[in-house]
Design a protein around this ligand. Sequence first.
Ligand SMILES: Cc1cc2nc3c(=O)[nH]c(=O)nc-3n(C[C@H](O)[C@H](O)[C@H](O)COP(=O)(O)OP(=O)(O)OC[C@H]3O[C@@H](n4cnc5c(N)ncnc54)[C@H](O)[C@@H]3O)c2cc1C
Length: 393
Amino acid sequence: MPRPMKRSRRAEIAIVGAGIAGIATAYYLCKQYGRKSVLLIDSRPPMSFTSAQSGDNYRNWWPHPQMVEFSNRSIDLMETVAREAANAVNLRRRGYVLVTRRTNIDDLLADLHTGYGEDAGRLIRIHGGPSAAAYSASLTSNWQSAPDGVDVITDTSLIRSTLPALAEDIRCVIHIRRAGDFNSQQLGTLMLERVRAAGGKRVPGHLVGILRGSGFELDVLTPDGTEKIFADVIVNAAGPFARKIALLLGVDLPIQNRFQQKIAFEDARGAVTREMPFAVDLDSMDFDWTDDVRELLADDPNLAWLTGTLPGGRHCRPDGGAGSKWVKLGWAYNSDVSEPQDDLANEEKLDKQFPEIVIRAASSLIPSLATYIESPPKRFSHYGGCYSMTEEN
Ligand SMILES: Cc1cc2nc3c(=O)[nH]c(=O)nc-3n(C[C@H](O)[C@H](O)[C@H](O)COP(=O)(O)OP(=O)(O)OC[C@H]3O[C@@H](n4cnc5c(N)ncnc54)[C@H](O)[C@@H]3O)c2cc1C
């Protein structure tokens, strides 16, 4: 039976989705552009869907100048928020260290040059000899004093002395310096408070229909019935569901979703040094299975892929503030496109082997993590969500 029509209201701007994208949009509309009539529509609590699954890492490293410019602008904005809020968002800038066992890194350097464009000469520093001391002295987590650009280190003794946790076969480290982590839940909460204070409102409901006329007429299912919202402008910030929302307007938005997972656990055995930057292993890898295990895996259609060569990208970083022992590990190896699920906590969706796979894989980057292969951490959380991407990433 159709639910009763509850009420109708007007707004200048209706934002669909109260994840970080919707909240940040509302924040700047209110703060920077002085808009008061802003509604944030979402049946879920704010920041509770994909935005609750994030690794909370940021970086200005992209192999494309427009993406570098775009992320620099985003980081400028985050730093402004951090400055205004006495760093309540816990912004830290230890950087991203991208590591490889290769000695020829011409292609990686070419990507860096493309990304940093005309600033490349100023921003790319290749270390060896006397500049090593300058690099060591520049290591910090302070977002206000860490340098910009990238340090490229091919001197293995410098790698050993500055990043002792890394595997000894690593030959090159590319340390992106305008990069680090922050507490995105705090950022969302803080922005939402400002939106409310500026007159913006939340509508706890699910958008099910849009009619287009001179403006937009939205049908929103709320716990009390269907609400009509008339808006001059709508913003589609529905994350993995953005394609569905666009389809309500007859527009095909080419966004694909890939489910990716992470784990976080208490590193009671101190495998990861607390000062370590976010470390990403760029190299593809083969697991070193015994013959018996390899045979067993190869016979299982769901696990046979573990006997082949696997992509790079496994990553690790210490998580939490002073006194924390938590670490986060991830590896976005899934290349299958899927429909977004409504329930991210659904354990069916999570790959039960993921924690063991990612710990094994990350121990080729940080060998001391191997302690958790045979004797897994007592407490850990395993979670996942969608990477929503255009076809060309
Ligand atoms: C495992 C993992 C790790 C990640 N790590 C990082 C990282 O380290 N750094 C980084 O920058 N990014 C990271 N990301 C990506 C980042 O989390 C996302 O880009 C970001 O959270 C997307 O935010 P969003 O607001 O677009 O989407 P969401 O947070 O998904 O919000 C969309 C909202 O829209 C709502 N919605 C959908 N349909 C409707 C409807 N019909 N009516 C009303 N509301 C609707 C949903 O309820 C949801 O709350 C990671 C992602 C994953 C999955």
